[in-house]
Design a protein around this ligand. Structure first.
Ligand code: GDD
Length: 318
C-alpha cells in the first residue's frame, strides 16, 4: 500500500510508521519540515521523504501527483496549546491553511484515497460536567490551537459531504510516551527528573497547574487507533481517541517522582506558566471507536510513564 504521512518526523509520525511497517509491506511517503530517515530505526523501511511546508500549495500538489497515495495520515500540525497563545497566526498557517491545501490537493488529484485528519479533544473546550465528552458534544474551542483544529475538523466533514472524499477525523486526547518533545506535561516532568538524576539540574521540579485532569493515552495505543479508524471508520465521522479516564496532573507528577532514583526532589509551582484558559477536567468517551473498530488500549499509565522516563534518561544529553 502507498501511504503518505504528513509530519512523519514528529512524535506520533515516527510511532505510526513503526506500527504500520508491522502491519504489512508499505511504501511510505513523508512530508515534513525536516528529514528523519536515519532516526527511524526500522529495517527495510521504504520511505521517500520530502521537505515541504503544507502551506506551499504547489509543493503539496506536486507530491500528490508524483506519489498518488492510497491513504493519507494528516498529522502535521502545531500541536502546543501554550505555543498557540504565543503565535496564533503561525498556528493557523500550519493547521488551517496547511490542512486546506492538503484537502484541496486530494480533491483535485486523488479523490478516491482515504484520509485521516488528526484533530483534538481541545475542540470541545469545556469539561463535560463530570461526564466523558462524546463526539456529538458541542465544539466550543477555548484557545487558538483548538480553534485551528476545529476548523480542520469542520473542513474535513464539509469535504466529505460536498465532494464525497473518504475523510475520517480523530479527536485525540492527550497522548504521551517515549520520544515526546518538551512542552507537554509528562515529557516536561520526566525530562526534569532525568536532568536532576544526571546532576544537571538542582533537585527541584518546576511545574505548572497541577489541579487540571487530562485523559492520557500511550502513543503506541494512539497509532493503533489511527490505523483502525483509517481502515474501519466511516467517512465523514469523527472518533474520540482516548482512554475514558481522567488523571490529575499531580498524580502524573507523583508517579514520575516515585519512579525516580532520587528521594529529595522538591516541587516548585511556577504561576507564570499557567495558561489564560486551562480546562479543568478533560476526558472522553471512547465507545464509538471501540464499538466500530474493535480498538482497545493496552498500556497502563504507570508503564507509559516508566518508558517515557527511561527514554529521557537515555536521551538527556542529546
Ligand atoms: N506542558 C506542561 N508543562 N503542562 C503542564 C505543566 C508543565 O510543566 N504543569 C502542569 N501542566 C498542565 C497544563 O496546564 C494542562 O492543564 C495539562 O498539564 C496538560 O498540558 P499539556 O501536556 O501541555 O497538554 P494539553 O492538554 O495542553 O494539550 C495536549 O493534549 C491535546 C488533546 O487533549 C496536546 O498534546 C495537544 O496537542 C492535544 O491536542
Amino acid at each position: 500500500m502507498k501511504i503518505l504521512i504528513t509530519g512523519h518526523c514528529g512524535f506520533v509520525g515516527k510511532h505510526l510508521m513503526r506500527y504500520l511497517a508491522d502491519t504489512g509491506s508499505h511504501l511510505f511517503y513523508g512530508i515534513d519540515l525536516q528529514e528523519c530517515r536515519r532516526e527511524i530505526n526500522i529495517e527495510g523501511l521504504e520511505l521517500i521523504e520530502k521537505k515541504a511546508d503544507l502551506s506551499d500549495k504547489k509543493a503539496v500538489d506536486s507530491i500528490m501527483n508524483d506519489f498518488k497515495p492510497e491513504q493519507v495520515y494528516h498529522l502535521a500540525a502545531r500541536s502546543s496549546v501554550s505555543g498557540s497563545w504565543k503565535d496564533p497566526a503561525g498556528t493557523f498557517n500550519s493547521n488551517v491553511y496547511g490542512g486546506i491545501n492538503l484537502l484541496e490537493s486530494i480533491k483535485q488529484t486523488l479523490p478516491g484515497s482515504s484520509v485521516l485528519s488528526v484533530c483534538t479533544a481541545e475542540e470541545y473546550g469545556t469539561s463535560g460536567d463530570g461526564r466523558p465528552l462524546r463526539e456529538d458534544d458541542r465544539i466550543f474551542p477555548g484557545n487558538p490551537y483548538a480553534v485551528s483544529k476545529s476548523a480542520l475538523d469542520f473542513l474535513s466533514a464539509i469535504y466529505n459531504r460536498a465532494y464525497g472524499l473518504n475523510i475520517m477525523v480523530a479527536r485525540s486526547f492527550n497522548h504521551i510516551g517515549p520520544g515526546q518533545r518538551p512542552g507537554f506535561v509528562c515529557s516536561d516532568f520526566a525530562r526534569q527528573i532525568s536532568l536532576i538524576e544526571a546532576g544537571m539540574q538542582k533537585p527541584a521540579i518546576l511545574v505548572g497547574n497541577l489541579e487540571a485532569s487530562r485523559d492520557f493515552l500511550d502513543v503506541r495505543d494512539v497509532v493503533k487507533a489511527y490505523w483502525r479508524i483509517m481502515n474501519m471508520g466511516r467517512p465523514g465521522e469523527a472518533y474520540n481517541v482516548c482512554s475514558g479516564k481522567p488523571v490529575k496532573i499531580s498524580r502524573i507528577l507523583d508517579i514520575l517522582i516515585s519512579l525516580s532514583s532520587m528521594d529529595d526532589i522538591r516541587i516548585e509551582v511556577d504561576r507564570n506558566s499557567f495558561r489564560p484558559v486551562d480546562i479543568k477536567t478533560l476526558f472522553g468517551d471512547n465507545s464509538k471507536l471501540v464499538s466500530e473498530t474493535g480498538w482497545k488500549p493496552e498500556y497502563e499509565i504507570e508503564k507509559t510513564l516508566e518508558d517515557t522516563l527511561a527514554w529521557w534518561r537515555k536521551n538527556i544529553n542529546t
